[in-house]
Design a protein around this ligand. Structure first.
Ligand SMILES: Cc1ncc(C[n+]2csc(CCOP(=O)(O)OP(=O)(O)O)c2C)c(N)n1
Ligand SMILES: [Mg+2]
Length: 371
């Protein structure tokens, strides 16, 4: 098999479905069963509903902070469904849907954003890393993990996510450069959602595309329509396959730039109306990955009103159950914030903990929960 998918100019954006859900000329849909196509849709619906509920929980004071993903479901679900169980997923802080697809329970994602450390305890059999909030810090981790697996002779690939803003960090350069030199089984997946909080894509780089940066590291880069879940699935599948099983002369790493848009705020602490025009948001909403896939599935006889209604009911129940589960967990012990970073607490942290305990004693825990 030749992988000619990556044999294209970095600005020749790869797409399978147009914004009306029709297959574009010359493209072929991925080799999925009818059920697998519908599963892709179900996960995206689940992700959207989860996102709406999570934002609402935060607004009601039932969750700390939350980074919304609406608009990015196609990129997250399409890419994560391409993973095999033994592959690893290394997220940033926005990949709730990708992590879910690869086995991370929704309840844990909720706990994490509710400020409960138990949410960071990934189940043993789930190959997902904990969220990384320091921008781009997970990229060298992803490279290191892949390098270690290669040295051990493991047959796994490593799918690491980051944003457009992360590509301006040294960690991005170091991670990708190292991956090229050591030819590691990495797929670097850039969720280019046009904004890094209030900084637009144009201010991150003068390069025409982010995908073309791969050339400097000696491996392939591809720009894809990140709001076309089929293109995402196919490109990620091929990149993962190349990472695991390179052919003669092929480099294992790939950089995928998935062009997309975040419909909502950067986090619940952000007000995007301050830095972007409503018209821009509306333009991108016309490319929404969910109705786009839905149209394709309906047009090809894979989905009808009844099935959509069933999916919506199931999704609502599943998210409601996860919320009830997360909220039934006992509140974490506040002093836990001093645990789990160092094996042995350094003196500075010990002092802070002692001070914290004095404050608790004096004012009580309830006072800390008030604004
Ligand atoms: C090293 C570092 N610098 C700054 C921040 C503050 N910060 C949080 S998110 C963010 C923007 C990241 O944008 P991008 O990489 O495009 O990801 P997105 O949030 O759009 O998914 C910044 C600057 C941080 N978390 N870490
Ligand atoms: Mg961004």
């Amino acid at each position: 098999m030749t992988r000619n998918l990556f044999d294209r100019a970095p600005d020749d954006q790869y797409r399978i479905l147009d914004t009306d859900g029709r297959v574009v000329d010359g493209a072929s849909v991925p080799d999925l069963s009818d059920e697998e196509f519908v599963e892709l849709y179900e996960y995206m619906k689940l992700a959207r509903h989860f996102d709406q509920r999570a934002v609402s929980l935060q607004r009601q004071g039932r969750m700390g902070t939350y980074p919304p993903l609406s608009g990015q479901e196609g990129a997250q679900v399409g890419s994560a469904l391409a993973l095999r169980d033994e592959d690893w997923l290394i997220p940033s802080y926005r990949e709730h849907a990708a992590a879910l697809v690869h086995g991370q329970p929704l309840k844990d994602t909720l706990l994490y954003w509710m400020g409960n450390e138990a949410g960071s305890e990934i189940p043993e059999d789930v190959n997902v890393f904990t969220p990384a909030v320091p921008i781009a810090s997970q990229i060298p981790h992803a490279t290191g993990l892949a390098w270690a697996a290669k040295l051990k002779g493991d047959d796994a690939a490593f799918l690491g996510y980051f944003g457009d803003g992360a590509t301006s960090e040294g960690d991005f350069h170091e991670g990708l450069n190292f991956a090229g030199v050591f030819n590691t089984p990495n797929v670097f997946f850039c969720n280019n959602n046009q904004w890094a909080i209030s900084v637009p894509r144009e201010r991150q780089t003068a390069a025409k595309t982010i995908a073309q940066k791969a050339t400097a590291y000696g491996f392939e880069g591809i720009q894809i329509d990140g709001m076309d879940p089929l293109a995402v699935y196919k490109a990620t599948t091929e990149a993962l396959e190349k990472a695991r099983n390179p052919q003669e002369g092929e480099m294992r790493p790939t950089l995928i730039e998935a062009v997309q848009y975040r419909f909502g705020a950067h986090t619940t602490a952000d007000d995007p109306t301050v830095y972007r025009e409503e018209g821009e948001v509306e333009e991108w909403k016309a490319k929404d990955p969910i109705p786009r896939l839905e149209k394709f599935l309906r047009n090809t006889g894979r989905l009808d009103d009844e099935r959509v209604a069933d999916i919506e009911t199931a999704v609502e129940e599943r998210v409601a159950d996860a919320i009830a589960d997360a909220e039934s967990e006992p509140r974490p012990e506040p002093s836990e914030i001093f645990d789990n970073v160092y094996a042995e607490k350094p003196p500075r942290l010990q002092e802070q903990e002692e001070w914290f305990e004095q404050v608790r004693e004096k004012y009580g825990d309830d006072a800390m929960l008030e604004d």
